[in-house]
Design a protein around this ligand. Structure first.
Ligand code: CA
Length: 438
């Protein structure tokens, strides 16, 4: 889903979103480092030990895979995994070099949010989603009644996570997680997931052979990581197994259970597009700054001509989202948008789920504002250069890691304010050029 994944982004999301959840396998992940502005602090670099480095400057594990496996086996047994379950799951397992490569990749180019959304909300996906809404109408009605989550949101997440079950990832989850636990960038996280995966096998929900997923261990139609599976997966079709791989009903119910636990409000809007007045203070575009919708409107924020406020939203708390800076479309986002971020902490992802939901319901979901298509996202090298130049200019951008997080955004705003520019905190070429000339 959403992205040509960068492993840095992947791990960051995996580790810092406390309720985290799922990491997707597929093609719809946003490639940008785009945690919702203000939603999370920047994270330190992954911790690696002082192990020797290979030709690519990557640490070499200090023990063989067999030695690691013997050690980890003790740990798994202490966690309650039966020896025969462990041994069957690990029979013939060797590290997967493709997983190591994916884990270490740091893509240079970032897909612009407008291209990401075009791909995520294709006409094909909307048609297929609407067909499935009809096909699973009875299940969806029951899920709405039991969990209080709107059917179009469930189908939108299903479409984003696995293209409605078509793209689930075909890697052995045990092998992928064992590889990451042995020589990945976040071994402790991978070990925890691996123990959880062994618990799933021990419970008998799925066989090791059918337990497939992304290189990062996100599984099935919902792309749940094993710990999320253990806390939230549901057997809805009543066959005694929580089959998020083969049963659409189980997958939809598991998603409903997760969204409900994250605070979904049935019937409430995710948010809506707005237009900002002349002279607006763009520094207010930050997820941590929330005000009632009515207050934003009183301060001059307007609805586009012809659109109306979602019912009963005037008193709800809203934050302002500018996915491509002040020159692009603007949105006021409500609580259900934040719930979707708990599934996946990316504002592009949450926007795609939200707009796709509206399209599926046949009630809008089209963006009226224009994207600044002449302003392509910075590459990873350019983001690192921007961070380095910001810090050298006295604006502390934190660790120059190419991730535009809270510290970097704050530094960008200060540099923009000092220049008398709109302080939207958005990293772009104009600021990079200006800092280069300094
Ligand atoms: Ca089932």
């Amino acid at each position: 889903m959403f992205f040509s994944r960068t492993s840095a982004t992947f791990w960051r999301r995996a580790i810092l979103t406390t309720g985290m959840v799922l990491l997707s396998a597929c093609s719809d992940r946003p490639s940008a480092a785009d945690p919702l502005p203000g939603s999370a602090p920047e994270q330190p670099k992954p911790v690696t030990t002082l192990a020797p480095l290979d030709g690519d400057g990557q640490p070499v594990p200090s023990e063989t895979f067999a030695q690691w496996q013997a050690r980890f086996r003790q740990q798994a047994l202490q966690a309650g995994i039966r020896p025969q379950v462990f041994d069957a799951a690990f029979a013939g397992v060797e590290p997967d070099p493709a997983v190591v490569t994916a884990d270490r990749s740091q893509p240079e180019f970032t897909r612009p949010v407008w291209e990401y959304l075009d791909n995520a909300i294709s006409a094909n996906r909307v048609r297929r989603g609407q067909t499935l809404m009809s096909q699973y109408a009875a299940v969806l009605l029951q899920l709405e009644q039991r969990y209080g989550v709107d059917r179009q949101a469930l189908v939108a997440v299903w479409g984003m996570e696995s293209s409605f079950g078509q793209i689930q990832g075909d890697k052995s989850v045990i092998r992928s997680l064992a590889t990451l636990a042995y020589e990945g960038r976040r071994p402790t996280f991978a070990q925890d997931q691996l123990i959880a995966a062994l618990q799933i096998l021990q419970n008998g929900d799925i066989t090791a052979d059918r337990m497939r997923g992304s290189w990062a261990g996100a599984m099935g139609q919902t792309q749940f990581i094993p710990t999320t599976y253990n806390s939230h997966a549901v057997d809805f079709d009543g066959d005694g197994k929580r089959d998020i791989w083969g049963s659409a009903a189980d997958a939809l119910a598991s998603t409903a259970n997760y969204l409900a636990a994250s605070g979904w409000q049935k019937g409430q809007s995710w948010g809506f597009e707005v237009q900002l007045p002349e002279g607006f203070d763009y520094a207010q575009a930050d997820a941590s700054l929330r005000k009632p919708v009515s207050q934003w409107l009183a301060e001059g924020v307007k609805l586009p001509a012809g659109s109306t406020l979602p019912p009963e939203s005037g008193g709800l708390q809203a934050a302002l989202l500018l996915p491509a800076g002040y020159r692009g479309p603007a949105f006021l986002i409500l609580d259900n948008f934040r719930v979707v971020l708990k599934y996946n902490n990316s504002s592009s992802y949450a926007l795609a789920v939200s707009l796709l939901s509206q399209r599926l319901a046949g009630s809008g979901g089209y963006i009226l504002g224009n994207w600044p298509k002449d302003d392509m996202p910075l590459t990873r090298s350019e983001r690192i250069e921007l961070q380095t130049l910001l810090t050298a200019s006295g604006y502390d951008a934190g660790n120059p890691d190419g991730i535009i997080g809270a510290n970097t955004r704050k530094a960008i705003r200060s540099a923009q304010q000092q220049r008398g520019w709109p302080a939207d905190g958005y990293a772009n070429h104009a600021l990079l050029e200006s800092l280069r000339k300094r």
